[in-house]
Design a protein around this ligand. Structure first.
Ligand code: HPA
Ligand code: ZN
Length: 319
């Protein structure tokens, strides 16, 4: 039995497996510049975050209808359930779809079709987190927040993703203030490729309740001390870090040092179809390669529920 866990850092568009990409391409009459799944799989060699994002956005062309988003989310939930995921807080990138002419309503309603029946069908409770693309303008993010107002009963929080360097959190101060006024929870990617100062800014300027990745905090001992003191959750993604070359090899991953320092770490999959593994695979990898013992793995699983946006009673049921 895999350890029950919550997944807190998962981009639904990053769960698009090659087989489903081709199936949706055929269904929607979209031509992909790859002959078959084998040829596509060869494109999964990344140099850095940007080289991954290029493929990630390119393949999204196959996602067009409400049903496509429902199928995508259902496929993820089935795989996650098999790996012990009991609760998933799922990111989506509305701007990546609306800029291609796909209605926000089709995205949210499609995802909701799968999420609304997830407890019954997969035994997984869910939350939806809408991410702003940080390499798009703050105005576009604000327009996206306004456009999402009719769907806020389905959206728990906002996040910030895409190309990090050169797009510091402060760029989105007003958007996050507006999101807070709407009662939305706040998270942001920070310290994946960007410097430790972006983590501090996400905390102080955006008021985030979790830091996505946060890996580069390790370069700033005073920041580590603060994150420990505030019990600030970090949603780490070890296999992602290897594939995007944020760390040289999995054996070099600082997760054990981070846990020893008292940081509130969680382990997640980020974009599992692209990075070679779902949540349970990430747990297995850190166990076998980093030698984390049963107690450490249980701590990671416990942290994932504590750092989730579940209410206390729901959290107990999920665990
Ligand atoms: N980092 C930033 N943006 C992203 C990622 C990531 O790992 N995955 C999807 N969008
Ligand atoms: Zn991410």
């Amino acid at each position: 039995m895999p350890l029950p866990k919550a997944e807190l850092h998962l981009h639904i568009e990053g769960t698009l497996e090659p087989e489903l990409a081709f199936e949706l391409a055929a269904r929607n009459g979209v031509r992909l510049p790859y002959g078959d799944t084998g040829e596509l799989s060869k494109a999964y060699e990344f140099e850095d975050l940007q080289s991954f994002l290029n493929l990630y956005y390119e393949l999204m062309a196959v996602l067009r209808t409400e049903q496509d988003f429902a199928d995508l989310a259902n496929a993820y939930l089935a795989r996650a359930a098999a790996q012990g995921v009991r609760h998933a807080e799922i990111f989506f990138d509305p701007q990546a779809h609306t800029k291609r002419g796909v209605e926000l309503g089709a995205v949210v309603e499609g995802l909701w079709r799968a999420l609304g029946s997830s407890e019954a069908n997969h035994g997984i409770s869910t939350r939806l987190i809408m991410c702003f693309l940080r390499d798009d303008s703050a105005e576009s993010a604000m327009e996206t927040l306004r456009a999402a107002e009719p769907y806020l009963d389905r959206i728990t929080g906002v996040g910030l993703d895409s190309a990090e360097v050169g797009h510091p959190p402060v760029k989105f101060r007003e958007v996050y203030e507006a999101a807070a006024r709407l009662g939305l929870r706040r998270v942001a990617h920070a310290g994946e490729e960007g410097p430790p100062a972006y983590i501090t800014e996400a905390l102080d300027v955006l008021g985030v309740e979790r830091v996505d990745h946060g890996l580069r905090c390790m370069e700033d001992p005073a920041l580590v001390e603060r994150l420990v003191r505030e019990r600030m959750p970090l949603t780490l993604c070890p296999l992602s870090n290897v594939r995007l070359r944020t760390v040289d090899t999995l054996a070099d991953h600082p997760l054990p040092t981070m846990l020893d320092a008292g940081l509130m770490c969680t382990v997640n999959s980020d974009d599992p179809a692209y990075f070679g593994g779902y949540a349970g695979d990430n747990f297995d990898a850190v166990r076998s390669t980093l030698g984390l013992d049963r107690e450490r793995l249980r701590e990671l699983a416990r942290n994932s529920f504590l750092a989730s946006f579940l209410e206390d009673d729901e959290e107990l049921r999920a665990r």
